[in-house]
Design a protein around this ligand. Structure first.
Ligand code: ATP
Ligand code: MG
Length: 388
């Protein structure tokens, strides 16, 4: 619930706060420019105020601004708040007005925190809680006070120069500001998993360079459309970072593997993708590769098979979803907005053999795999970039 007259959004961060002073400053700067870019890209008015490393945004659109903040990597939570003078009378009045406007719907509590110099206020946070509670109690007809498990909490944050009243802390993604890590090449299939994996890497500060393999006759136009849509959704979280989609032609390699390789076909296909990704990373200064694989999710993703596919990559292959169950991944895809993109109708996977190998050895894969060097070169030189 938004307090009447809300004019500020308070922002909190987590992992940034435990960094050394210099690293923290840099990360705060990144967060500030990312947040500004997010507000601009969504056309939400707001002035950032980063004083005392207690970030806040002045805005006439507190609700929308809070939603932008909760989509910004590095932010743990955000609260739409009304600002007031840091005096007991003003705080009481703001609490009474807020309670009068939104009610309590059961029981309530006041939780106050004072920050800044001790001498700045002639009262303690307990005083605010007691007096503020009384002010609320006076405007509402006999509400129940429940300090243990209230149905509504009124928060007061009292700083030296002003105080804030708010009633909610909307969870953000947490993590680190985007751009504070080197980029990673994200293998984006347009399925459910890979956009979530890319998002997880972005959440830890690494911008992604999305790379999609177009298996042409085996995939089809709908497949490409899904990849484009999910890349676009991810780009919405990164308005000030380059994230155009790379599409690599891979119909020829699919043909070749379907006609020449049996049970280890999918492993050779994955090795092909990693070799191309490695090259894209090299050319774009990326420090690794991200995939949406999880242990045992498919035959190509057994722990034994992951060991075989990884061999061909020069850079580390990161798998943020390694230990996740499908249902958790689906729930997260819905939350971050990539689920819809993945469910656009698409041709099914016609490359897989009937009886895929689940426990491959490097020797067996090597022996069955044709020389893919030329096809890797062709895929790399045939890459097209789609502006999102
Ligand atoms: P997703 O995992 O994205 O839901 P999927 O489960 O159909 O799609 P898998 O066969 O599980 O795909 O592929 C494992 C991983 O390999 C994907 O998460 C993705 O990172 C990568 N990948 C698969 N197909 C492609 C493709 N056509 N282009 C780029 N990357 C791909
Ligand atoms: Mg998958």
């Amino acid at each position: 619930m938004i307090p009447p007259g809300a004019d500020t959004v308070l922002v909190r961060y987590g992992d940034i706060g435990v960094k050394s002073t210099k690293v923290r400053r840099d990360m705060e700067d990144s967060l500030e420019s990312n947040l500004r870019a997010m507000l601009d890209s969504r056309d939400v008015p707001g002035e950032l105020d980063w004083r005392w490393s207690r970030p806040r945004i002045r805005t006439p659109a507190a609700d929308r601004t809070t939603d932008v903040a909760r989509d910004t990597f590095g932010i743990v939570s955000a609260s739409p708040a009304v600002s007031t003078e840091p005096t007991m009378a003003a705080i009481r009045e703001a609490l009474a007005e807020t309670a009068g406007a939104i009610g309590v719907d059961g029981s309530f509590a006041v939780e106050a925190r004072r920050a800044g110099e001790r001498e700045a206020h002639p009262f303690t946070s307990e005083d605010i809680e007691r007096e503020g509670g009384r002010a609320i109690w006076e405007v509402l007809a006999d509400p129940e006070v429940d300090l243990e498990d209230p149905s509504r909490t009124f928060y007061v944050e009292c700083r030296s120069e002003e105080a804030f009243v708010f009633t909610e802390k909307r969870a953000g993604p947490g993590g680190l500001p985007l751009g504070t890590q080197r980029p990673l090449v994200a293998l984006l299939s347009g399925g459910i998993d890979s956009p979530v994996a890319a998002w997880e890497a972005m959440k830890r500060g690494a911008p992604v360079i999305p790379l999609y393999f177009d298996f042409e006759a085996y995939g089809g136009a709908d497949h490409v459309a899904r990849a484009v849509e999910s890349a676009r959704t991810l780009a919405g979280y990164a308005p000030n970072h380059a994230s155009d989609l790379r599409i690599a032609p891979a119909g020829a390699v699919a043909d070749r593997l379907v006609s020449e390789v049996g049970p280890t076909r999918m492993l050779s296909l994955r090795r092909f993708m990693l070799r191309v990704a490695d090259r894209v990373a090299e050319e774009s200064g990326a420090a690794g590769i991200v995939t949406g694989e999880a242990i045992g999710q498919k035959s190509s993703q057994t722990s034994a098979n992951l060991a075989v596919t990884d061999r061909v990559a020069r850079l580390p292959v990161h798998r943020p979803l390694l230990t996740r169950d499908k249902q958790e991944i689906i729930a997260q895809a819905r939350e971050i907005g990539t689920y819809e993109d993945a469910t656009i109708a698409a041709g099914c996977n016609r490359i897989a053999p009937d009886y895929p190998e689940t426990n491959a050895s490097v020797e067996a894969v090597d022996a069955a795999e044709p020389d893919l060097g030329t096809l890797v070169e062709e895929a790399v030189s045939g890459i097209e970039t789609v502006e999102l």
